[in-house]
Design a protein around this ligand. Structure first.
Ligand code: NDP
Ligand code: 2IT
Length: 446
């Protein structure tokens, strides 16, 4: 590490105790930037790293609500407004029992560079709660969302900070949050994205993260004279990102053989068909069931407590959560002949895993590039709302595809400029960083 990067990183670790995921995300970005500081010392002079690793604002609050038995429950809510140099704070809300400040900060930090790469004017933010939606009734989820927004409304707004979905937050939660925001503020603004179509949602937003991750993979494959048709793919997760990654892979003639959740994974060697995927949509989005039921329905194997990575395949789309691929698992994927990994989730691969992919010349699309299609289409949703219009499916899908092509090109070229062709981690971090850092310098020391 260069002395500047090392100094800042050590300070970040010291100042942000017990936030290992935040340290991990910061380390990856900072290490990529070493050659940038050698070439452009002004970033050090303006203390950009010291500033960019410190959120502009952290909001942490009590979320009390009453369950169906009449018992009072208390959860913790978060919103980290990380960086607004290039636009309003933008990023999802995660509802999961594992949520803590360090996890929200890692996600918010990643979001700064991801949003910058989309080319749309959006700063970085993230929020959420340690609330567990599993097993809760619709009424309980509604009361929780209303309570959360009763505090959060003070800090958000269409031109201020625009939350969206993430793990545990989908169309149902966005609807309840939006309803409460409107009741309190009596106004109309795109204060949330991922809304249902009836009140300002955008076509293709539900599909966008998964489709985008496949579009990014297509570009990596093209740059290496490969194609997706006929390839066997591993997808982890069974939620929003996993579902639409699978849908796009099937449409393009690839075979998806796995899906997973925190209970384990299913292996369908024949491949998930459109009909079977319809079953998954219903299972996850309507019945809120477990992926194990797929194995029972279609007579395939279920591996309790395991992740899909031991299955032999060509392309991996990790689409569940952070740190699902460590060094040991990366070695298994490489030994099994994987050629590409496109991250639909945020930080699913550890630093050691990424090193192994790079050493073995595996095409590796990091989350801040691979999954940027979701937030990019949130930006398109805001654009439609602000102009009181709505675009058709093809228009939005074409814009999303173009954005993903452009993100690939930007990351590819930045890596090439620094003599590391094919290193999309380096390219995405450098390109995402430079725009934000330059904007910060142009706006003075604040
Ligand atoms: P969903 O809540 O729709 O689905 C999450 C899936 O991941 C579920 O199958 C869930 O299983 C599984 N999962 C969650 N936590 C764990 C865990 N600790 N261990 C094992 N499995 C787990 O979320 P999304 O599909 O929206 O998000 C998936 C990933 O994609 C996340 O990393 C998110 O940050 C990222 N992402 C999402 C975007 C979006 O637009 N939604 C945009 C960009 C990135 P279970 O049901 O058992 O919990
Ligand atoms: O991680 C992410 O980019 C998201 N969860 C989507 C954020 C958004 O504002 O659409």
């Amino acid at each position: 590490m260069s002395s500047y990067v090392e100094r800042v990183y050590e300070h970040v670790v010291e100042k942000n105790e017990s936030q290992p995921e935040f340290h991990q995300a910061v380390k990856e970005v900072l290490e990529s930037l070493i050659p940038v500081f050698e070439k452009e010392p002004r970033f050090e002079k303006y203390k950009i790293l010291e500033r960019i690793t410190e959120p502009e604002r952290v909001i942490m609050f009590r979320v009390p609500w009453v369950n169906d038995n009449g018992d009072i429950q208390v959860n913790r809510g978060f919103r980290v407004q990380f960086n607004s140099a290039i636009g309003p704070y933008k990023g999802g809300l995660r509802f999961h029992p594992s949520v803590n400040l360090g996890i929200i900060k890692f996600l918010g930090f990643e979001q700064i560079f991801k949003n910058s790469l989309t080319g749309i004017a959006m700063g970085g933010g993230k929020g959420g709660s340690d609330f567990d939606p599993k097993g809760k009734s619709d009424n309980e989820v509604m009361r929780f969302c209303q309570s959360l927004m009763t505090e959060l409304f003070r800090y958000v707004g269409g031109r201020i900070d625009v939350p969206a979905g993430d793990i545990g937050v989908g169309a149902r939660e966005i609807g309840y949050l939006y309803g409460q925001w409107k009741k309190i503020t009596q106004s109309y603004e795109p204060v949330l994205t991922g809304k249902s179509l009836e009140f300002g949602g955008s076509l293709i937003r539900p599909e966008a993260t998964g489709y985008g991750s496949v579009y990014f993979a297509l570009e990596m494959l093209k740059a290496n004279n490969e194609e997706i048709k006929g390839k066997t793919c591993l997808v982890s997760g069974k939620g929003n990102v996993a579902q639409y990654t699978t849908e796009k892979c099937i449409e393009l003639g690839a075979k998806v053989v796995t899906l997973s959740d925190s209970g384990g994974f299913i292996y369908d060697p024949e491949g998930i068909t459109k009909e079977k995927l319809d079953y998954v949509f219903e299972l996850e989005n309507v019945r809120r069931g477990r992926i194990k039921e797929y194995a029972e329905e279609y007579g395939v194997d279920f591996y309790p407590g395991e992740r899909p990575w031991k299955i032999k395949a060509d392309i991996a789309f990790p689409s569940a959560t952070q740190n699902e691929i460590d060094g040991k698992v990366a070695k298994i994927l490489v030994d099994n002949g994987i050629i590409a990994v496109s991250e639909g989730a945020n930080m699913p691969s550890t630093a050691e895993a990424i090193d192994i992919f790079h050493e073995n010349k595996i095409m590796f699309g990091p989350g801040k590039a691979g999954n940027a299609g979701g937030v990019a289409t949130s930006g398109l949703e805001m654009a439609q709302n602000f102009s009181f219009t709505s675009w058709n499916r093809n228009t939005v899908d074409k814009k999303l595809h173009d954005i993903m092509i452009n993100i690939h090109k930007t990351a590819y070229n930045a890596a090439k400029d620094y003599g590391e062709t094919g290193n999309y981690v380096l390219g995405a971090n450098i390109a995402g960083f430079k725009k934000v850092a330059n904007a910060m310098i142009l706006q003075g020391h604040w």
